[in-house]
Ligand binder design. Structure first.
Ligand code: HEC
Length: 137
């Protein structure tokens, strides 16, 4: 027979493993629902991966820019800010539990990064595809 303590420990273990993941899932789901409400969807991780690699030549310096310019190809590894040289912690929620857990951060960084990388804001469709890609890295 299981002791109460054992059951409690198991429960806490399950809770500590699932809570951060649930946090990410619900924030990403909420963001994607908002994009759908503006007419986007369905979302594809494969398309998101292609967008991640897409290069746009900057009108500012004539050089090709992509999401990989700062974050790299492997989202489980650290990136490096191309302007400041600062280390950017991995974007993959699998290795960095803080990622995709805040709608505010997602909004802020999509806005800033899309503008810098592609010279315009990302569309709701692109954002939905990119989130599907990033969440599974
Ligand atoms: C000029 C460098 C740079 C480029 C290029 C760049 N990013 Fe970022 N990105 C950052 C920085 C800096 C942060 C925030 C730093 C941090 O949280 O560690 C960030 C954060 C993010 C986040 C927030 C994740 C979270 O939940 O914390 C997302 C999503 C993101 N970037 C997506 C993208 C996408 C998509 C592209 C391509 C369109 C892109 N980034 C291109 C520098 C860049």
């Amino acid at each position: 027979m299981k002791t109460g303590c054992e059951v409690l420990r198991k429960g806490l273990l399950i809770l500590s493993v699932t809570v951060p993941l649930a946090g990410q899932a619900s924030v990403v789901d909420e963001r994607q629902a908002a994009y759908r409400a503006s007419g986007a969807g369905p979302f594809s991780a494969q398309k998101g991966g292609q967008l991640w690699q897409r290069e746009v030549v900057s009108t500012k310096d004539g050089r090709a820019r992509s999401c990989t310019t700062c974050h790299g190809n492997d989202l489980r590894s650290t990136g490096k800010h191309t302007k400041t040289g600062k280390v950017i912690e991995p974007l993959s929620p699998a290795v960095n539990a803080e990622r995709l857990s805040s709608a505010k951060k997602i909004r802020k960084w999509f806005k800033r990064n899309c503008k810098w990388t592609w010279g315009r804001e990302c569309t709701p469709q692109e954002k939905g595809d990119l989130l599907s890609f990033i969440r599974h890295q």
